[in-house]
Ligand binder design. Structure first.
Ligand code: GLC
Length: 541
């Protein structure tokens, strides 16, 4: 395969959370018309592709990851015609579209689940899900816990229980029932036929559960090797067949293959290697940096681990510093970094001191690290604006099941899903023509709007734009080699393909930069030295 056929290896992918990106209809929620209208912004930013979080019909019990119909659009987001128009308009600007596929579970409102409830125990309708009888003492069928807390089982009126590894509104499919893989093959074809360039596979390692649904062993971690609902061998067969399906699609508007990226946590080479083997899907997200503190040693470890896990496989690490499931980078980097390493209950409640100026400074440096690493880079909407987590959303406005299921103990993920600020001095900051927004925006985002930052050469938006432009123009950035330079224990420093050095100073004292042209810095240099919490790209002579 040629480099452009393997576009996914070094693409800059922008993640759009449709409900919060831009509102075209004036109802206070973002939609596909809003995304379409803002495509010129994304083209100007320089991204290669857009990953859209789910926009399918859904009661939105878990931000659209509770799907009623995998082959349609929720009216709140638009219509299938809007998707087609979005794909076409994006293609005209050189931007690919990636859609989210949610194969582990659906919504309790999905017609299959309704049919399963109506049909009763032992029916083929129930076979599509994981219904079981409970224990003799009224206990659930096994000891598995939901990722949102509480048992992973809910009892229905006839006495049986159904499995849901996530919210009780998200029943898990039974992937051993042939109707389930057949449904998802259709779903893949449906979107590939419409011209999407890629898919993101939600909860990718969860599809199959061990036969007999055995208890989770005492003291076992809830994810990882050996867990009975993670990475069963049949998953590999499914993904190999999906790879064949994707490969059977000829290049359409763009040169190159249709690609897939798996949502999975990896921190173990042996565990992940089979998913990166020849004939498997293209990429596995590398999410480790989401929980890594601002420390040279920890970040280097995270980078080395990802490079080691990917090894010389076809995949390249898709680096992620933010997504819709994690607190914003600026906020994470603006708190005591011990709390990133070991989050306390206070952190999960949002009761924590944040130094936003420090967080922003570090987040700007982190941007040059992200875009300087070998592989593709994912940006979550608003990351390019340096948005902070909105920690003060009133309880009655919060939507995340993490908040509700925990009885309000954990604030959950709403704070990174707040509608984007586009323009103006006050909420709704140009997000909608309507009166309000579905989640409230902070009162102090006027300086962070796209409008304000577009007019400021020193803005975080300008930094991302310049970095992406240089990345595109520089052979060796993106999909090239990385070689570490020794620059002391508090400095991350590496050279890409012998051409460009990336240096990030995480220590207190300013440090020397390699000789060459400093083509981009995340903040001003100090007498030629790189100050703390600052990064530089240096073109070597
Ligand atoms: C993934 C999504 C997350 C969702 C979960 C269950 O981890 O990123 O937002 O809650 O799957 O679908």
């Amino acid at each position: 395969m040629t480099a452009s056929e393997r576009w996914w290896r070094d693409a800059v992918v922008y993640q759009v959370y449709p409900r919060s990106f831009s509102d075209g209809s004036g109802d206070g929620e973002g939609d596909l018309a809003g995304v379409r209208a803002r495509l010129p912004y994304l083209a100007d930013l320089g991204v290669d592709a857009i990953w859209l979080n789910p926009f399918y019909p859904s009661p939105q019990a878990d931000g659209g990851y509770d799907v009623i119909d995998y082959r349609d659009v929720d009216p709140r987001f638009g219509t299938l015609a809007d998707v087609d128009a979005l794909i076409a308009d994006a293609a005209a600007l050189g931007i690919r579209i990636i859609v989210d596929v949610v194969p582990n579970h659906c919504s309790v409102e999905h017609p299959w689940f309704k049919a399963a409830l109506a049909a009763g125990p032992g029916s083929p309708e129930r076979e599509r899900f994981l219904f079981r009888d409970g224990g003799p003492d009224g206990a659930p069928p096994n000891n598995w816990q939901s990722m949102f807390g509480g048992p992973a089982w809910t009892q229905v009126p006839d006495g049986q229980w159904y499995l849901h590894l996530w919210d009780s509104s998200q029943p898990d499919f039974n992937w051993r029932d042939p109707e389930v893989p057949a449904l998802f093959e259709d779903v893949l074809r449906f979107w590939l036929d419409r011209g999407v360039a890629g898919i993101r596979v939600d909860v990718a390692l969860g599809l199959f559960k061990a036969e007999g649904l055995p208890d989770l062993g005492e003291g076992m971690p809830t994810v990882g090797p050996g867990v009975p609902y993670v990475a069963q061998p049949e998953t590999l067969e499914t993904f190999a067949s999906w790879r064949k399906l994707l490969d059977s699609y000829p290049p359409d508007v763009f040169p190159g293959a249709r690609a897939a990226v798996l949502e999975a946590w990896f921190d173990d080479r042996d565990f992940m290697a089979p998913y990166m083997a020849h004939g498997q899907l293209h990429q596995v997200f590398n999410l480790g940096m989401l929980g890594t503190p601002w420390s040279a040693a920890d970040l280097r470890k995270a980078v080395d681990l990802a490079l080691d896990v990917c090894g010389d496989s076809e995949t390249r690490a898709p680096w992620v510093l933010e997504n819709h499931d994690f607190p914003r980078l600026v906020t994470r980097l603006g708190i005591d970094q011990e709390l990133v390493r070991n989050p306390t209950i206070e952190v999960m409640q949002g009761k924590v001191d944040v130094d936003l100026a420090l967080g922003r400074r570090r987040a700007r440096a982190a941007a040059l690290l992200l875009l300087g690493l070998p592989g593709s880079a994912y940006l979550y909407q608003g990351q390019e604006l340096g948005l902070n987590e909105h920690l003060d959303i009133p309880a009655d406005r919060r939507q995340d099941p993490l908040f509700t299921v925990s009885g309000g103990m954990i604030i959950g993920r709403d704070g990174c899903r707040v509608p984007l600020p586009w323009s103006g001095d006050a909420a709704p900051y140009g997000f909608t023509e309507g009166a309000g927004t579905w989640l409230p925006q902070p009162a102090d985002w006027a300086a962070l709007t796209v409008e304000a930052q577009a007019a400021d050469e020193g803005s975080t938006l300008a930094l991302y734009k310049t970095a992406i432009r240089i990345r595109r123009a520089t052979e060796g950035l993106g999909d090239g080699a990385l070689e570490w330079r020794d620059a002391g224990p508090d400095v991350l420093s590496f050279v890409r393909d012998g051409v460009l050095a990336v240096t990030v100073n995480l220590g207190d004292a300013p440090v020397e930069l390699p000789a060459g042209e400093h083509v981009l810095t995340s903040g001003p240099l100090d007498g030629g030295l790189l100050p703390r919490d600052t990064a530089a790209w240096t073109r070597l002579p």
